[in-house]
Design a protein around this ligand. Structure first.
Ligand code: SF4
Length: 357
């Protein structure tokens, strides 16, 4: 377990971000928010994949109105993404939103900021300040010349200052950049001076493949330093993929305890079974499990048994068959064509046992 950077805990609906709590996985809907049916369906898919907080854009009055109906049909906290229009923020708050993503310095006149902060305070709704390297305030671009980690942190402190002046402290902060070193530097500096939870993200990271690698590089570096209370992976793909990437990333650091892990070998000339298909099928099968079991799928009986013994359940391939291991003990040999079905049965058995204890 990595030593986590301590922050003030902030309540978002029934989820706490920061403090000593788990790192929370977020995603964002790709649907038109006003299309309640499509949005709710996407949120249900995200929740099933392991998403714990979901954000929707609130870019018009119809979207703000839809919040009420969406909230009635989902169980994870809902966040409204608002850019400048404080009236949309007020409407989303009135309709039961759990968090608002808005930069107070962009709202405009003081009384508009006060109205949003007052409404959030009354309902215990936090505000996420979202600093983005691509949209820094003009006074910072004039000062620094171009986006820098220092300018990003100064932007965050500028918005935080506005909220603190109004005695508002339920704050979460993100400092996103698509440039990985810049994002790492910005978050590292922010963690030194900002007592609020940090929402990690590498923005506009790219497609499923490149975005996954980029996000893992940036978010992984930060998580390894104990920085970050919540993550959103941003990739140009089905948002369910964002959640899957985030879960895998957090699992790599031992930061979630409700997920199954697959260990599989890269294969080599010793391989005698169709390991790639088996590994992919098993990965898909365990992806929705909410128990911390370890499953290993290894190609041969040379290194396989040793690794399989480390897992709760595992197989090691042999010519036309496989050895099945449970808690380090070889329990039986299985013909290759029955390997996956037998492994799934054993996984189900272990999951049932785990849930019973
Ligand atoms: Fe090769 Fe066997 Fe190692 Fe897989 S487990 S990489 S097949 S030696």
């Amino acid at each position: 377990m990595y030593l986590r950077h301590q922050t003030r805990p902030v309540q978002v609906g029934n989820v706490t971000i920061g403090g000593s709590n788990d790192v929370i996985i977020q995603s964002m809907c790709t649907t038109k928010t006003a299309d309640v049916q499509a949005t709710v369906a996407e949120i249900h898919r995200l929740e099933e994949a392991g998403c714990q907080i979901v954000r929707v854009t609130v870019n018009n009055q119809e979207a703000a109105e839809a919040i009420k109906d969406i909230k009635e049909q989902i169980s994870i906290p809902l966040v409204a993404d608002i850019h400048f229009d404080y009236r949309l923020a007020l409407k989303a708050i009135e309709n039961g939103i759990d968090k608002v993503r808005i930069n107070p310095g962009n709202i405009g006149r003081r009384e508009k900021v006060e109205a949003v902060v007052k409404a959030c305070k009354e309902r215990g709704i936090p505000i996420r300040i979202g600093v983005n390297a691509g949209s820094l305030e003009n006074h910072l671009l004039e000062k620094y010349g171009y986006p820098t980690p220092e300018a990003m942190v100064e932007s965050a402190l500028f918005h935080i200052g506005i909220l603190e002046e109004l005695d508002f402290h339920d704050i979460i902060v993100s400092l996103k950049a698509s440039d990985v070193p810049m994002a790492i530097a910005a978050y590292t500096k922010a963690a030194e001076v900002i007592p609020y939870p940090l929402h990690l993200g590498i923005t506009e990271a790219g497609t499923l493949f490149s975005g996954t690698v980029k996000s893992a590089a940036g978010l992984g570096a930060l998580l390894a330093m104990g920085i970050g209370s919540t993550v959103r992976v941003s990739i140009s793909a089905d948002p369910v993929e964002e959640v899957k990437v985030a879960r895998e990333l957090l699992k790599s650091f031992g930061l979630i305890t409700n997920a199954a892990t697959l260990v599989s070998c890269p294969t080599c000339g010793r391989l005698d079974i169709d390991l790639f298909s088996i590994a992919n099928e098993v990965e898909e099968y365990i992806s929705k499990l909410k128990v911390p079991i370890k499953v290993s799928v290894l190609g041969c009986a040379v290194n396989g048994p040793g690794e399989a013994r480390e897992a709760d359940i595992g197989i090691a391939g042999a010519r036309g068959e496989g050895l099945l291991f449970r808690y380090g003990e070889m329990i039986r040999k299985v013909p290759e064509q029955e390997l996956v079905s037998e492994l799934k049965k054993e996984i189900d058995y272990i999951v049932t046992e785990y849930e019973r204890t």
